[in-house]
Design a protein around this ligand. Structure first.
Ligand code: NDP
Length: 258
């Protein structure tokens, strides 16, 4: 029989530093909250300072923020450098920041398509590369992408968003393969319908659309941001040390089939 040499609480993040993009609101905030509860120090980022300041005041003294627009790719190397210089090595990166655009494909402009790809895909790669350049020589790290079930299903009017999230899903497997020999894990969480500002916009205040989404969810209700937070803690922890290249649906059963 194989012996297990896990730490007493393999789900603990005590002593770890996590960087969570878009951590001031919605899913990102609850990922930060769950990680703080698991013992981590967190750095959250976003474009607007006010929600970040408010979030940090709720998260407590182990939380820090940096105002940063991930779509500004050339700033990401400097962001990681600044965080590591002031707070120490980043153990966990959570690429959570994302934007959506709900529009019929025939009306989407090149600029709109490009804006989604820049934020949801190119920034994810650029920030991951900046962190992995430091994690690989340290032979330690966990990288997590917040993807979407839109990567798997033909949800209408989200062509650019689905393209960006499908790109992320593909990238997870490649990066997991490249970084595995260096003990750096790369995984994704694919949320279903989670109650946040983004999902409200996606539903467009349309009760019929909401009812349809609910009917497609076997568990019969939408998820809460903390449902993603708990999964993020698990995948970032020692408990998931043999998991890499995976995409975990957290969707109340949507992925069973539409
Ligand atoms: P919200 O719109 O509620 O939050 C998005 C967060 O990202 C905000 O804090 C926002 O802050 C930040 N953000 C957006 N653009 C940038 C940027 N360019 N640079 C830095 N930060 C940015 O969305 P959710 O919490 O719902 O979504 C979080 C993630 O989960 C996204 O990747 C989304 O695609 C994914 N997801 C969500 C689902 C849902 O049902 N809610 C379902 C599937 C996936 P600020 O505006 O200040 O920059």
């Amino acid at each position: 029989m194989q012996s297990t040499e896990s730490q007493p609480n393999a789900f603990s993040l005590t002593g770890k530093l996590a960087l969570i993009t878009g951590g001031g609101t919605g899913i990102g905030f609850d990922i930060a909250r769950c990680m703080v509860q698991a013992g981590a120090s967190v750095v959250i980022t976003g474009r607007r300072e006010e929600p970040l300041r408010e979030a940090v005041s709720q998260l407590g003294e182990t939380a820090h923020y940096f105002v940063n627009d991930v779509a500004n790719l050339e700033g990401l190397e400097g962001l990681v450098e600044q965080i590591e210089t002031t707070l120490g090595p980043i153990d966990t990166l959570v690429n959570n920041a994302g934007i959506n655009l709900k529009k019929p494909a025939l009306e989407v402009t090149d600029e709109e398509f490009s804006r989604i790809i820049q934020t949801n895909l190119m920034a994810v790669f650029a920030l991951t590369r900046a962190c992995a350049r430091r994690m690989v020589p340290r032979r330690s790290g966990s990288i997590l992408m917040i993807s979407s079930m839109a990567a798997y299903y033909g949800i209408d009017r989200v062509a650019a968003y689905a393209a960006s999230k499908s790109g992320v899903e593909g990238m997870v497997k490649v990066l997991a393969s490249e970084f595995s020999p260096h003990n750096v894990r790369v995984n994704a969480i694919a949320p279903g319908f989670i109650e946040t500002a983004m999902s409200k916009i996606a539903m467009g205040g349309d009760p019929d659309r909401r009812d349809r989404a609910m009917r497609r969810t076997p568990m019969g209700h939408f998820g809460k941001p903390e449902d993603i937070g708990h999964a993020a803690v698990f995948l970032s922890s020692e408990a998931a040390r043999y998991i890499t290249g995976a995409s975990l649906p957290v969707d109340g059963g949507n992925s069973i089939g539409f």
